[in-house]
Design a protein around this ligand. Structure first.
Ligand code: GLN
Ligand code: ZN
Length: 766
């Protein structure tokens, strides 16, 4: 007999700590400053504080409403080590029972010497990155990790009954890639039958440890961006849950965040499980099938920071009640996409704060709606009204809707979105820029040294004046220009020393954004970002980058490339208002950038790069939504960049090389030059570009900046040779994979010198 499911829960809670305590402890452990026992102590304390806090926010101590969702690094890696899926190159880290210790766990995550770590890639349509499991016929699945079991025991010892959370078997295998040993065409999903007994054993252990419910996360069931055909995905879900559900020792909740389940919902409904969590923020309330399972309505947005419309959320739960006798309320996703607490933001305006809900506030909202489900709507009417009043205030507050911005967007016609034909542009640019064949450039940033970070911090604390800080930055720029001239690069950059972050820098200089102090969100492992909040209509009160670019141009006769972040990337890496379509917001950002570009051009900057590394990241998971997305995202880039003269050369930069469905979109950006990542994959992308007939400038990276390794001249020559075998010489640019900000100066200089030597030889051979 299954214990009742709690009326309110969250699918997961941030695990990095309110002050990034986990990051600090993990990095101290890596640096050898603390030992594993001390790290484990910090982590246990963090879990303890989290459980206490969740109770104080309104979740139940012993009703399985508190998720046990901690991770030292990544939840997919956790699942891999739990089921013994460790690649053979790490076999020495595995003990006789198949287990790895904490040191081994981090080695798999981060690599060691020439043992590559697991590959890292984006988690569904979020900016979180997970580690990709490697599965082959040789993978020996067994219950090798019991950390989740121990955490349930730890909670039980402290008087809690919590709900352990783990990535479900179908998603785990669908996200995996074939191991090095796997034969061509091997599909990790073919190992499902071998994996299920391990999950079954895990469920038994969790139940024995005191868990009454388990949450299996199956976001892959909502995605249409998988390579595996949908029919196979559904069949796998049917097999997995038919098997795990039979004779289950505890209640099974299958959670499907990030979108609607569509045809997977009836499959889960038929399976012998007990509850299904639906994302009712991304997906609509389904109208069938009727079921006796608990339907957990994810009506509180776990992926954004708005307080939102609580009344509407409660109504959705009412509609869901038409399908089942048992409705519960939850967040739409794990809350690890949101920062901890609005109350931790002393510098945000009091008004803005009433519109926001970070993780802790969202837990409170869940608790409120749960009370409404139990006691009826009148019991929570005051809270619903307060949220509605905040929403009303938000819709009418100054800055949220700016008439001038809106009429400018409304007045756009097709001419604002396109430039002249490329051949004419190219001819005028050739005359204006007089570049050699195979022109060389970098992607923008130069190393962000300790010096730069220190001076920025001193300026923020008021220890040096604004003027002193500017003088310091100008010195940096002088050095970077002199270095590029000495090395012989053709199109120079200023090195971006004034930018803390490529999005936050623009957010700080545009109207409509607010910046948080403690709003950290895990991006991967121990890394966190602090997204800005885009809350109002966006406009540019004053030029942002122009004086830096013109100062730089004053130092050299070579063309200097102005450097901006594109509208899609600014949206992707911020918390964006949810009260209008993303496209409308993107066009506003694009117009602000268009003004900046016009000012750069008028100030004599002849080359301008607009980075869009996140173009692919925002691609919707559902095929039916992709065309509309690609349309507005491409158009927002074109809106930003189409105001320039033919002779002004527009560059763009993308941080990946697997283009797939976005290849046409990248062509559609109509940039004069596009730089992409290519060194790590040894120019794999190049034949694809050739087939696509990409006809403008293209700079496939010849230097993998993710590694401290200096590529040799021969290596770069070889990459250039490969590129030239598919790309006409007239189109080819030579550049690194990405910005140099994470690199040190020694390796940067050596690498750029080698790139230039290789380029000179390639030119001589043309
Ligand atoms: N211009 C940026 C830089 O060089 C681009 C960074 C990126 O693509 N992520 O740092
Ligand atoms: Zn990049």
């Amino acid at each position: 007999m299954t214990a009742p499911f709690p009326t309110g829960t969250i699918l997961g809670y941030p695990r990095i700590g309110r002050r990034r305590e986990l990051k600090r402890a993990v990095e101290a452990y890596w640096a050898g400053r603390i030992d594993a026992a001390e790290l484990e102590g910090t982590a246990a304390e963090l879990r303890h504080v989290t459980r206490e806090r969740l109770v104080s926010l309104g979740l139940g101590r012993d009703d399985s409403s508190i998720p046990e969702s901690f991770s030292y690094y990544d939840q997919v890696l956790d699942a891999a080590v739990t089921v013994g899926a460790v690649p053979t190159r790490f076999a020495d880290l595995v003990d006789a029972d198949g287990a790895v210790d904490l040191a081994g766990y981090f080695t798999i995550a981060r690599g060691e010497g020439d043992r590559a770590p697991l590959e890292m890639t984006k988690w569904f349509d979020s900016n979180y990155h997970y580690l990709v499991p490697e599965i082959g016929p040789e993978t020996e699945f067994r219950l090798a990790g019991d950390r989740l079991v121990r955490e349930v025991e730890e909670a039980a010892a402290a008087g809690y009954v919590t709900r352990p959370v783990i990535v479900g078997p179908v998603t785990f295998l669908l996200l995996a890639k074939p191991s090095d040993e796997a034969p061509a065409g091997f599909a990790p999903l073919s190992r499902l039958e071998d994996l299920l007994p391990v999950y079954r054993e895990l469920l038994a252990r969790l139940a024995a440890a005191g868990a009454q419910w388990v949450q299996l996360d199956e976001p892959a069931l909502v995605s249409e961006s998988l390579e595996t055909p949908r029919g196979e995905v559904l069949a796998a879900a049917q097999t997995a849950y038919g098997s795990l559900g039979a004779g289950r020792p505890l209640g099974i909740l299958v959670a499907a965040p990030y979108g609607s389940l569509d045809d997977a919902l009836p499959v889960l409904e038929q399976a012998p499980i007990d509850a299904i969590a639906l994302d009712l923020v991304k997906g609509a309330v389904p109208t069938r099938p009727a079921t006796d399972k608990v339907l957990v309505g994810g009506v509180i947005d776990g992926h954004n920071i708005w307080r939102g419309d609580l009344e509407a959320a409660f109504e959705k739960l009412g509609k869901l009640a038409a399908l089942t006798p048992q409705v519960a309320v939850a967040t739409s996703t794990n809350l690890f996409h949101t920062p901890h607490d609005v109350a931790d933001e002393p510098e945000l305006s009091a008004q803005l704060k009433t519109w926001l809900a970070f993780a802790d506030q969202k837990v409170g909202q869940v608790a409120t709606l749960a009370r409404g489900l139990r006691e009826g709507k009148t019991a929570i009417q005051a809270e619903l009204d307060a949220a509605s009043a905040a929403l009303e205030d938000r819709s009418t507050a100054p800055g949220v809707r700016d008439g001038a911005v809106r009429s400018r967007v409304a007045g756009l016609d097709a001419s604002a979105f396109s430039r002249g034909d490329y051949a004419t542009r190219r001819a005028e640019q050739d005359v204006a820029l007089r570049l050699p064949p195979l022109p060389t450039t970098t992607i923008g940033s130069f190393p962000q040294t300790g010096d730069i970070r220190r001076e920025r911090a001193r300026q923020a604390k008021g220890e040096i004046t604004e003027a002193e800080y500017e003088e310091f930055l100008k010195l940096q720029i002088r050095d970077v220009v002199a270095l590029q001239e000495r090395i012989g690069l053709d199109v120079l950059v200023h090195g971006e020393p004034e930018r803390n972050d490529m999005v936050q820098y623009f957010a700080e200089n545009l109207d409509g954004f607010a910046v948080t102090q403690n709003g950290w969100v895990q991006s991967y492992g121990s890394r966190a970002t602090r997204p800005s909040i885009l809350w109002g209509d966006v406009s540019r009160p004053a030029p942002i980058t122009v004086r830096w670019s013109t100062f730089t141009q004053s130092l050299t006769d070579k063309p200097v490339k102005g450097m901006l972040t594109g509208p899609v990337t600014i949206l992707a890496w911020s918390f964006v208002r949810d009260d209008q379509p993303l496209a409308d917001t993107a066009y506003q950002v694009a117009l602000a950038l268009r003004d900046e570009i016009a000012d750069l051009e008028a100030a004599g900057i002849g080359v301008i790069q607009v980075d869009e590394p996140a173009l692919r990241e925002l691609l919707p998971l559902k095929k039916r939504d992709q065309a509309a997305y690609l349309d507005w995202s491409v158009n927002s880039f074109k809106l930003a960049t189409s105001g320039v003269k033919n002779r002004t050369q527009i560059h763009t930069h993308l941080c990946y090389s697997e283009f797939g469905v976005v290849l046409d979109a990248i062509d559609g950006l109509d940039a004069d030059v596009t730089s992409i990542e290519a060194a790590r994959s040894r120019m794999e992308v190049v034949p694809e570009l050739e087939r696509s007939g990409f006809g403008r400038g293209i700079g496939p990276g010849v230097y993998d900046i993710h590694s401290p390794r200096v590529p040799s001249v021969e290596e770069v020559q070889e990459l250039i040779g490969t590129a030239l075998s598919s790309i006409p010489e007239r189109q080819l640019w030579i550049n690194p994979d990405c910005g140099l900000k994470t690199r040190g100066y020694d390796e940067t200089v050596a690498s750029l010198e080698n790139i230039l030597s290789a380029t000179r030889e390639a030119r001589a051979a043309l």
